[in-house]
Structures are given as structure tokens and as C-alpha cells.
Design a protein around this ligand. Structure first.
Ligand SMILES: [Zn+2]
Ligand SMILES: [Zn+2]
Length: 123
């Protein structure tokens, strides 16, 4: 891969803004990623600041994203719980098994979420 400006030079990085390959001479490390030009560097920094402000306003900070298994478990738990309640209402006996299985999913969701929270506190 060659630099998009200097075709004789090997690219060492890719601009995070426009995706062009850049050589060490063109590389501009903005702190928010590698940029190929001052225009891209400015855009990157503006985007970066915007994201930081957005994260701060959401209270996310620099935490890693929540594992996808948390909402997945919760969703399955919700479906099973709804099914369990429905079966309990439509049948003469309460469907303990389905409700019990749904609570297992809720617990798994909670445990995964707690682990994620603990990991965040450590970083
Ligand atoms: Zn660029
Ligand atoms: Zn270059």
C-alpha cells in the first residue's frame, strides 16, 4: 500500500477520517486517531470532542460497551416470563417451570451486567 500523496512511499497508517493510506511524513496523530491532512485532523478532533461530550452527558465516560449478552439474556427472560404468565393464566395450574427458567435468564443477565460494571470500576 502506498501513500496517497507520495506514491513512492509506503503507507504506514490509514487516515481515520477519510480512510486514505498515509506515509510517516503525512501522518498526523491527533490523539483521536491518525489523520492524513490538517483538514482531516481538525475534523477528527472535532468529532472526538463531540463524542467525549456526548459520552460525558450520557455518563458513559470511557467505559467499554456493555456486553451484548446482557440485553439478550434479559430479552429471553422476558419472553419466557410472559409465556409462563400466559400459560399460568390459561391453564388451571401455575407454570412454575417456565417462570423458573425465565428467572434464570434474568439472573444471568444481572450477573453479566454486574461483571461488566465491576470491570469498569477497575479501569
Ligand atoms: Zn484523511
Ligand atoms: Zn505521504
Amino acid at each position: 500500500m502506498q501513500c496517497y500523496q507520495h506514491h513512492e512511499k509506503h503507507a504506514v497508517a490509514v487516515c481515520r477520517h477519510c480512510g486514505k493510506a498515509t506515509c510517516p511524513d503525512c501522518c498526523n496523530d491527533t490523539g483521536a486517531g491518525i489523520a492524513c491532512s490538517s483538514d482531516c485532523a481538525r475534523e477528527l478532533q472535532e468529532n472526538h470532542q463531540l463524542q467525549q461530550r456526548l459520552k460525558q452527558s450520557l455518563g458513559v465516560g470511557t467505559n467499554p460497551p456493555m456486553p451484548a449478552s446482557v440485553p439478550t439474556y434479559f430479552f429471553f427472560g422476558l419472553i419466557l416470563l410472559t409465556t409462563g404468565i400466559y400459560l399460568s393464566l390459561t391453564r388451571p395450574h401455575i407454570d412454575y417451570l417456565t417462570i423458573a427458567v425465565s428467572s434464570v435468564f434474568f439472573v444471568m443477565s444481572g450477573v453479566t451486567y454486574k461483571r461488566y460494571r465491576d470491570a469498569c470500576l477497575a479501569c
